[in-house]
Design a protein around this ligand. Structure first.
Ligand code: NDP
Length: 288
């Protein structure tokens, strides 16, 4: 058997086209375009690349991009003052502080200072609580993108056995919450899980968010299962996921590649969240 390859790049491109359409509609109705403010502290090369791609994608969707670059030795108070300014700025619908922050800055205090209704990354504890209790809010972009991909291949997820490997606040935990909301039976595995192979073998849906190159092997996978690989690992052979793609693709029913699977969804969903924020603030409904 050979798995269907889930084309995240194509899905994300289609989502971005739909986003641009909704931006145009909002603009026509309100006279303003949604705005996303991205804050980058320091000069971490990977973070700089992400911030640049986010800015470009924001502008390509017809939205406003506000980039704020601060030196690595910026004080906590200066950063908090910037967040307060962005919270109060009516042209800003979404605020994203690029993580990780340099040492000496209190990441949790900065995230908590963002207005939850502009927290398009969905990392604020209020948004984590809203997700856990089924209230509307913002959901972290990567797991929301994973659910969109899952629904694109499986349709209704209700009743499926799902195993999420990883329990981070930005991927594993919100992923599990989203799958519960889709009526899956969810198991969350992590570094202390006993017999991970046997746990994964039960799953109709496997989401790997670990950060260990090609850890998930073909003999862990139930034939026909859908496998979503969130991992991004740089190896001598190039970029690989947490799943041994070549072998698992021979057993799974559908699988995301790395690159070209989950990765492209993250920025597309960030734009989506920003448009949703603008629409909510202006009292409109968008279909994204
Ligand atoms: P974290 O390092 O925060 O979390 C990793 C999780 O994996 C932890 O819960 C950890 O368990 C668990 N884990 C570690 N080793 C094992 C093991 N041997 N067996 C089972 N579980 C294990 O990572 P993130 O959640 O932030 O990211 C996960 C991966 O996804 C990374 O490769 C990252 O680069 C990628 N990523 C990709 C994105 C994209 O856009 N495609 C966006 C965000 C992340 P414990 O809690 O017990 O330590």
């Amino acid at each position: 058997m050979s798995a269907q390859i889930i084309d995240g790049k194509a899905f994300a491109a289609d989502l971005r086209t739909r986003i641009a359409g909704e931006v145009a509609r909002l603009r026509a109705a309100t006279g303003r375009a949604p705005g996303l403010a991205v804050v980058l502290v320091g000069e971490d090369p990977a973070s700089s690349v992400y911030v640049r791609s986010k800015g470009k994608a924001t502008i390509a969707a017809g939205m406003l991009s506000f980039e704020h670059r601060l030196p690595a030795d910026v004080s906590q108070d200066t950063l908090l003052a910037l967040v307060a300014r962005l919270n109060a700025d009516p042209t800003v619908d979404g605020i994203l502080v690029q993580l990780p922050l340099p040492r000496g800055l209190d990441e949790s205090a900065i995230i908590t200072a963002i207005d939850p209704d502009k927290d398009v990354d969905g990392f604020h504890p209020v948004n984590a609580g809203r997700l856990a209790t089924g209230l509307p809010g913002f959901v972290p972009c990567t797991p929301l993108g994973c659910v969109m991909l899952l629904k694109s291949v499986l349709g209704d997820l209700s009743g499926k056995d799902a195993v999420v490997i990883g329990r981070s606040n930005i991927v594993g935990k919100p992923m599990a919450q989203l799958l519960i909301a889709e009526s899956c039976t969810v198991t969350v595995a992590h570094s202390r899980t006993r017999d991970l192979k046997a746990v994964v073998a039960r799953a109709d849906i496997v989401v790997a968010a670990v950060g260990r190159a090609q850890m998930v092997r073909a003999d862990w996978i139930k034939p026909g299962a859908t496998v979503i690989d969130v991992g991004i690992n740089r190896t001598e052979a190039g970029l690989v996921g947490d799943v041994d793609f070549a072998d698992v693709a021979g057993v799974a029913g559908a699988i995301t590649p790395v690159p070209g699977g989950v990765g492209p969804m993250t920025i597309a969903v960030l734009l989506r969240n920003t448009v949703v924020s603008a629409a909510r603030r202006d009292g409109f409904a968008v279909d994204l």
